[in-house]
Ligand binder design. Structure first.
Ligand code: UDP
Length: 330
């Protein structure tokens, strides 16, 4: 199988390319390196180009003739999407349309799409099932939802075009061998920021809100290891390859941790008691987002290997330390 991976030089995409390499699948990474890095592409070739550049995209798809596309390339900073929505509709919706049109033009009929739990907005049910309405509360979630709708309508119009949309919950952790990891400097994610507080890069960690209706007043999230997430994509590819119909799956473990629980695990794993400040709520944070993951376990046979917050944090911490001493090629 030949797989085109857009965004394969980024955090999640690079773990995907690594796993595809371990499975000896032929991959081509298409990435504009806006947030990704050449050194992160551990397998196959890399084309440095933007999905907005349709001529290059067409040339690449025509020459490589992938059997399937795994589409990660996207802008992913939620607060930025609120400030600059057009960037998100351009990068995440319009550019994806370029990709899908190009796939249709060259007869590429299978896609695994990186969606997000943000499409649910503030879900009424917890754990949230895939049947919950999509009611995103920020442009990041809206742009991803719009792509899901494009895919849904296209596969409805042409049932030979099939896709799996994976709605990611809170992705964290790193490659156990420390070759790749979260390298995006502007990351706003809790585990990355807590580790930066532990290594002294930040003077303290601020908790965004302690008055939520949860057991300790802080928000609860479903943290999933990036290698388990990459494995879910392999299962999705296998499913599509066997003729599976278009589907949407949640990708989370099905249970959550509060911000305070995460901080305690980070302190335990690092052995560093960094300063923590209780601050105001961050706008747009739902109190609890936990996946109902029964469908992906049942339909794709997904069996996560790293459902262990200590392992997630330890691999992320090893990566944070390794980053400081590794010399990257670009
Ligand atoms: N959070 C926090 N301090 C930080 C970063 C995040 O208290 O410096 C909280 C955030 O408000 C949310 C949770 O940690 O409740 C997870 O946030 P993250 O940005 O990692 O993921 P999200 O669920 O927003 O996609």
């Amino acid at each position: 199988m030949k797989i085109l991976v857009t965004g394969g030089a980024g955090y999640i995409g690079s773990h995907m390319v690594k796993l595809l390499g371990e499975r000896s699948l032929d991959t081509l990474t298409y990435d504009n390196l806006s947030t990704g890095n050449k050194w992160a592409v551990l397998h196959g070739d890399l084309v440095v180009a933007d999905l907005a550049d349709k001529d290059t995209l067409r040339g690449v798809v025509k020459a490589f003739r992938p059997d399937a596309v795994i589409h990660f390339a996207a802008s992913i900073v939620v607060p930025e999407s609120v400030q600059n929505p057009l960037k998100y509709y351009r990068n995440n919706t319009a550019n994806t349309l370029n990709l899908i049109e190009t796939m249709v033009e060259f007869g590429v009929k299978k896609m695994v799409f990186s969606s997000t739990a943000s499409v649910y907005g503030i879900p009424e049910k917890s754990p949230v099932p895939e049947t919950e309405y999509m009611r995103p509360i920020n442009p990041y979630g809206s742009a991803k939802m719009m792509t899901e709708l494009v895919l849904r309508d296209l596969s409805f119009a042409d049932d030979s075009f099939r896709y799996v949309s994976l709605r990611y919950f809170n992705v964290a952790g790193s490659d156990a061998k420390c070759r790749i990891g979260q390298a995006y400097k502007e990351s706003t994610h809790l585990i990355t920021r807590a580790l930066k507080a532990a290594n002294g890069e930040f003077s303290k960690l601020e908790i965004f809100g302690t008055d939520y209706p949860t057991s300790d007043g802080t928000c609860i999230r479903d943290y999933i290891h990036v290698d388990d997430l990459a494995d879910a994509h392999i299962k999705a590819l296998e499913y599509l390859d066997k003729g599976g119909k278009s589907e949407v799956f949640n990708c989370g473990y099905g249970h959550g941790y509060s911000v305070k629980e995460v901080i305690n695990v980070v302190k335990k794993v690092t052995g560093i008691d960094f300063p923590v400040e209780e601050g105001a709520r961050r706008e747009g944070d739902p109190p609890v987002i936990v996946a109902d993951s029964a469908k992906i376990r049942r339909n794709l046979g997904w069996k996560p290997l790293h459902d262990d917050l200590q392992y997630i944090v330890r691999t992320a911490w090893d990566w944070e330390k390794a980053k400081g001493i590794m010399v990257f090629k670009n």
